[in-house]
Ligand binder design. Structure first.
Ligand SMILES: C[S@@+](CC[C@H](N)C(=O)[O-])C[C@H]1O[C@@H](n2cnc3c(N)ncnc32)[C@H](O)[C@@H]1O
Length: 267
């Protein structure tokens, strides 16, 4: 037994044999839903790159700004792929603060993330969590929560915030979601790249190979291809802190910011 195995947030049958991106990210954001093995990987990442927790925080802040942007555009239903362990500023909290009738479906394949989301959402009739592999696009799109909560005939806010770089093949997956969504739907994503100094050390990808979630950094052209069928809104594909920052002071040198970030609207 490790320190927290048997804790009530760990669902029975969860495979804890390998660290997971969900729990490593939770640790980097200061959360408590992680195990010693996850913390060991997170600390190794921080040794390779001391800025890694700042990158995670800026990614999370981008998520909140992107959801607020979509709400301003009238979007009231969200499909959050690779949603992770709930933390400050979850999509349903941001969306339902603006309109309590906003609908949210969270999708993750990590059982701790899903169990914790379900616990948090037990009294929320407009939000649901689904345990599924986001690459199984048909299973996600035809799932009970998606059918019950989302109207795919109307614009949806599709969130793939630090999801794409966990997938060895992305274009088919993003293309399937795009094809299922109505015109006017929005796509927000962040994606790891080697184009900027901060996360380009190959030891980062090497370290993640000891976890359930291997990473596949992509170039600007490869990330732009994920917006095929969408018009990018200003300022186009940038890095997470630099996408419509709340304050001028929040602008960060892309070499330090590290993750590509953008929002597009389906034609
Ligand atoms: C770093 S966390 C990001 C959480 C949240 N999207 C955010 O940006 O704050 C990445 C999440 O993607 C999930 N993930 C990775 N590959 C996935 C897949 N194929 N299907 C579903 N979830 C996946 C991981 O389990 C993890 O919870």
């Amino acid at each position: 037994m490790t320190d927290q195995e048997g804790a009530d947030w760990i669902p029975p049958g969860a495979d804890l044999s390998r660290p997971s991106a969900a729990r490593i990210y939770d640790y980097l954001l200061g959360g408590a839903h992680n195990l010693a093995a996850d913390r060991a990987v997170a600390q190794k990442l921080e040794t390779i790159q001391p800025q890694v927790a700042n990158v995670a925080r800026r990614n999370r802040a981008f998520l909140r700004r992107a959801v607020r942007f979509m709400l301003d555009q009238g979007v009231r239903q969200f499909l959050d792929l690779g949603s992770g362990i709930p933390t400050v500023g979850n999509v349903h909290e941001v969306a339902q603060a603006v309109d309590p009738a906003s609908k949210v479906v969270y999708v993750d394949y990590e059982p701790v993330a899903v169990a914790h989301s379900l616990m948090l959402l037990k009294d929320n009739t407009n939000a649901e969590a689904l345990e599924a592999d986001a690459t199984d696009t048909q299973a996600v799109l035809s799932s009970e929560p998606v059918k019950r909560l989302l109207d795919l005939g109307e614009p949806v806010g599709l969130l793939a915030i630090t999801l794409g770089h966990y997938l060895p093949e992305v274009e088919g997956v993003f293309g399937a979601y795009r094809d299922a969504l109505a015109p006017g739907s929005h796509l927000a994503l962040t994606h790891l790249t080697n184009d900027f100094a901060v996360l380009s050390d190959p030891k980062i990808a090497e370290t993640m190979r000891s976890t359930q979630d291997h990473i596949y950094p992509r170039s600007k052209a490869e990330v732009l291809a994920l917006f095929d069928g969408f018009d990018l809104v200003e300022p186009g594909l940038t890095t997470s802190a630099n996408w419509r920052p709340d304050r001028v002071a929040a602008v960060v040198d892309p070499e330090e910011d590290g993750l590509y970030a953008g929002v597009g609207i389906k034609r």
